[in-house]
Design a protein around this ligand. Sequence first.
Ligand SMILES: [Fe+2]
Length: 242
Amino acid sequence: MSLGQCKRSESEIVDFWEEQLKNPFPQNDTQESQYRIAELEKQCQRQTMAMATSLVSLIDLRDRYTGRHSQRVAKYVRGIGMQMCLPDDQIETIVFAASLHDIGKIGVPDHILLKPGFLSDDEEFAWIRKHSEWGWIVVRSVDGFQEAAQLILHHHERFDGAGYPSRLRGNEIPLGSRMIAVADSYDALTTNRPYRTARTRTEALNELSRCSNTQFDPQVLNAFVAYLERTQVFENGMTFSA
Ligand SMILES: [Fe+2]
């Protein structure tokens, strides 16, 4: 008889669970099946994560800058998510999307993607702009990745509605996409590019705050600044204690 099919005293319930704890391994056909299903689910999760890791490596092979950039963006969005006290599973989905946010750049021709200077014309920009939709198409086809795919699709939307591809505005943009947008821009500003040197942390944050409410969600930006301040204090603490 299964749990919940009859009234049982507290002592019977305690006895039941004590017995379960004494025998955690399958004792009959039903338990055997449940045990196998749980094992298969774990195996499936491991394979999914292995495939995700391979995809990230693929980006790194295609374009070294983009690969490492994606890893840093993933680290920053984790910090924002924790600062905003988001649930763990939501943070993991956003971190995963951040790791793959530029995967669609695989489809951009070399002479545009790896161009050492600024993009020069509308056609080059049009190629680059396709990457968020291509990334969405690639990732959405994997079972269980549809939510992450949506975050990838909208990571170049702007808070004022002037972004792409859907011109979403404000809270219409998925929260994870708004987080990736802030982290993405901060990392782009604080790393060396062929056409300019990296900005300092303060210069980059000044630039981001200038675009608060237009390009970026002010709440997400505040959380990012708070996270950076917290980690800076921590890093300084480590330096002093060393
Ligand atoms: Fe992007």
